[in-house]
Every structure is written in C-alpha cells, then in structure tokens.
Design a protein around this ligand. Structure first.
Ligand code: NAD
Length: 323
C-alpha cells in the first residue's frame, strides 16, 4: 500500500455499490463526497450517513460540469444504470454517463491530481467465447443489440480512462466487476437475485430466463468493496477482474434461493433476452497476484445477509426516488 489518501469523490454513491463504498471509505477515516442524480439510486442507501460530518451529498448529474471545492485524493466513478432493466429503459442516459460522465470524472481527477478508479464490468466480455474470462480477453460484444448501450459505454469508458493514463499521466485504475449482490439492491431492479428473492418471499413463481442453463458467478458486496479498496491503492492501470469464481447455472441459483427462503415457489421459464451471455466466470489470478485478494464470503453467508435485508424491505415502496 502506498501513500495515505484522505478525500474521495464517489459518483453513483447513492446506488447499491456506491453506498457500500461510501461506508468503507468513511470507516477508513476518509472524507467522502457522494455525487448522484438518483436516476437509479435511492437516498435510503445513504440516509444513515447524513449526520456524519465527513460525509457530503451532491445531487448532481455527472454528465454535466462537475465542480468540487477543496482537495480530492481519489475519484471513484460508479455512476451508471447497471441492471439490464434500467439500462434498457435508460439507453441514452447509460451511454451518456459512460462517455460524458467518465470524461467529466476524469477531468475532475486531473484538475485535483487525484487517483481515478473506473467501475467497469464483466459485460465488456459480452457473450464470452473464452472461459473463464481473463483480463486479456477482448470480448464478444454486439454493439448494435439492445445491451450494446451498456457494454459499449463501459468499453468506451475503459478506453477513455487509458487515454487519460497514457496522455495525461493520470494514476488510473479499472475494475471489471462481475455480478455482485448484497443488501441495498433494489427489489425490482430486474437482476436475478432480487427477482428470485422477492418472488420466493412473496410465494410467487420464480421466473427464469431461457432454460436456466446459462451460468453466472455471484460475489458478495463486502468482498467486492475490499478488492476495490486494494486496487485503488495499487499501481495497476490495466483492468483487474473482481468477482467470485464460484460458477453455477441460473436454475441452480434459483433453487438455492428458494430453499434458503423456505418457499415452495415453482420455477417458470421465460424467453431468453437478446444477447444474454451463456456463461460467466472471472479468472481472478491477477487480483490474487497483484492485490492478495480473493473472496471470503461463501454463497450461503452472503445470501443469508441479503435475505434479512430483503425481508425488511419487502413492504417498503419498491422504487427509489426518480428525478
Ligand atoms: P445502481 O443503479 O444501484 O447505482 C448506480 C448509481 O449511479 C445510482 O445511484 C444512480 O442514480 C447513479 N447515476 C446514474 N447515472 C448518473 C448520472 N448521470 N449522474 C449521477 N449519478 C448517476 O447500480 P450498482 O449495481 O450500484 O452499480 C454501480 C456501478 O458498478 C455501475 O457503474 C455499474 O456499471 C458497475 N457494475 C455493477 C455490477 C453489479 O453487479 N452490481 C457489475 C458490474 C459493474
């Protein structure tokens, strides 16, 4: 670990992952500026931080000019719709935040001489032809399919980040995040875990896309946050996968959740969305080697923690505020 950093700007800080990052940086003694336009985020994710004098919330669209008074040591760019339902509903905003938002966030880091960390995604690998996915695989993405708005926005964001690194000598980091779950996911965001858990809790049938044989690998949020914290402090400018290599089929995942909830929901099958990846598993040897990182939470522990959050939230309003 190199120098001690003090003040972080976290874009998308009122979202699922961003709010956990705010918690972690505050716990490490940092001051945190959380910047979010609440398009898919939720103020309830950060309301517990409102009395903290080291926490500041800026209600701001990061595709517009960003001004932050004072010094900044790190900019973590997490703003972006992230669930397929969200980015299919918000295609232009998704492209804008990946392109213009990344440019503005990089500009802020450059102005302040701060480190920059981009939240990229395993979606950069598209429907992968190489398995498991290593960082040097360039991916199999359909740019003109419906998912292209997200995948290509992130691929552009990575290219822009590397350009700032090479041309402006900015200290940049890129994390390729694989499916992550945990408390503060929105119940109705369309991702597999919230969908399965809320259906099981309500005793409704579990909707699985396709025949459920497509695979995913699910990482608990605390493990992801630890990997990101270590990556920020490292010297690696090229992308690093952070995810849990424990791969399973979506059908197995649905059954695991149903058992955990103690529900007798049946599984119903729906048409597979266009360009849905058939398999997904991170090769995490780079993160192990460079960061000494690997996931610590097993699926049962992570799911149990998430389930207690979902039980509490089930009766609360489903959507966060939208502006
Ligand atoms: P999320 O939707 O909960 O959080 C995204 C946040 O960004 C929201 O609070 C939203 O309001 C905010 N935002 C969006 N556009 C904005 C804009 N123009 N200006 C300011 N704020 C804006 O999603 P998440 O799961 O927490 O994802 C966070 C980041 O991590 C995203 O960049 C996503 O692509 C990446 N990621 C997440 C996963 C995952 O499994 N959760 C996997 C891969 C990558």
């Amino acid at each position: 670990m190199s120098q001690q950093l003090q003040r972080a700007v976290i874009t998308g800080g009122a979202g699922f992952l961003g709010s956990h990052l705010c918690d972690r940086f505050l716990a490490e003694g940092w001051e945190v500026v959380c910047m979010d336009n609440l398009i898919t985020g939720d103020l309830r994710n950060i309301e517990h931080l409102s009395g903290n004098p080291r926490f500041h919330f800026f209600h701001q669209d990061v595709t517009e000019f960003i001004h932050v008074p004072g010094s900044v040591d790190a900019v973590l760019h997490f703003a972006s719709p992230a669930s397929p339902l969200d980015y299919l509903e918000l295609p232009i905003q998704t492209l804008k935040v990946g392109a213009l938002g990344t440019h503005k966030a990089l500009g802020l880091a450059r102005e302040k001489g701060a480190r920059f960390l981009l939240a990229s995604t395993s979606e950069c690998y598209g429907d992968p032809l190489v398995h498991p996915q290593r960082e040097d695989y360039w991916g199999n993405v359909n740019p003109v399919g419906p998912r292209g708005v997200y995948d290509e926005a992130k691929r552009f964001a990575e290219a822009m980040t590397m350009a700032y690194h090479r041309y402006h000598k900015l200290r940049t980091r890129i994390v390729r995040i694989f499916n992550t779950y945990g408390p503060r996911m929105r119940l109705n965001d369309g991702r597999a875990l919230p969908a399965f858990m809320s259906q099981a809790l309500r005793g409704e049938p579990i909707t699985v896309f396709g025949d459920g044989s497509q695979t995913r690998s699910f990482c608990y949020v605390d493990d992801l946050v630890e990997g990101i914290y270590r990556l920020l402090h490292s010297d690696e400018a090229y992308p690093v996968n952070i995810g849990n290599p424990n791969e399973m089929t979506i059908k197995e995942f649905a059954e695991r959740i149903t058992r955990l909830v103690g529900s007798n929901s049946s599984i119903i099958y729906q048409e597979l969305p266009v360009d849905d990846p058939k398999q997904r598993r991170p090769d995490i040897s780079k993160a192990k080697r460079l960061l000494g990182w690997e996931p610590r939470f097993d699926l049962d522990t992570g799911l149990a923690r998430t389930l207690s959050y979902f039980r509490e939230r089930l009766d609360a309003p489903l959507r966060g505020p939208r502006v």
